[in-house]
Design a protein around this ligand. Structure first.
Ligand code: ADP
Ligand code: NI
Length: 204
């Protein structure tokens, strides 16, 4: 088990806060704080106790996201560089890198996460559904000039993202606690999507 000091947490927070503050695609600092707080709450209920690791993974989990960099190589480099500045041994750096990568939805099934990274992944996925998840999807769509919706099935729109990803997330939770929270948020997504499509199709 890795041991992370208060000083390392403080340093990590200072290293990444500026990176997230400028984001307008739904990965801003408020997202990081919500993920951290929700992950800590889930960890308490699930009895997972390396809370410093949960906090560290919450701070780092979107730093190497391709969508926030001009290339995959730059994203990896930035994550690697950030981890190098925290003051870990070689072995610890490798461990943290693997755990950060395992949080990401697109790496599911590729990296083997520990209990802490699974909980951070759950909190991250929960923040993509429910009322806040809906708001984030539309803010992402706005930032990327996407249309709200299209009748053509293969157009990349905000509503198509609901079907491609968001409506599937409740079944991708690792913990029972997150699944319970997901059920209510998922229901809200369904109600929203139904109402949206009814209005779009002139049925309401
Ligand atoms: P996370 O930070 O949860 O890993 P992502 O990086 O996949 O999530 O996306 C960040 C936010 O942007 C999420 O709320 C997600 O739903 C939204 N988003 C990502 N891709 C799209 C898309 N193609 N269309 C609309 N919203 C998107
Ligand atoms: Ni995230």
């Amino acid at each position: 088990m890795i041991s992370i000091s208060n000083e390392q947490l403080r340093l990590t927070k200072n290293l990444v806060i500026g990176f997230y503050q400028e984001d307008r695609t739904g990965h801003d600092w408020d997202h990081i704080m919500r993920v951290k707080n929700l992950a800590l709450k889930i960890a308490e209920i699930e009895g997972v106790n390396n809370l410093h690791l949960i906090e560290m993974l919450s701070y780092l989990h979107d730093v190497g996201d391709n969508k926030l960099h001009s290339s995959e190589q730059k994203a990896n480099h930035f994550l690697q560089q950030t981890i190098e500045k925290i003051g870990f041994s070689e072995r610890e750096m490798e461990y943290i890198l693997l755990q950060v990568k395992s949080v990401s939805y697109r790496n599911r099934g590729i990296y083997n996460g520990n209990d802490e990274s699974k909980i951070v992944a759950d909190a991250d996925r929960l923040d993509a559904i429910g009322a806040i998840g809906i708001a984030r999807a539309f803010t992402y769509g706005g930032a990327k000039s996407q249309k709200l919706h299209s009748r053509k099935n293969n157009d990349d729109t905000v509503i198509s993202h609901f079907y491609d990803k968001l409506l599937n997330l409740k079944d991708e939770m690792h913990t029972k606690t997150a699944y319970k929270i997901a059920l209510e948020r998922h229901r809200f997504l369904e109600i929203f999507t139904d109402q949206f499509l009814n209005e779009w199709n002139g049925k309401k």
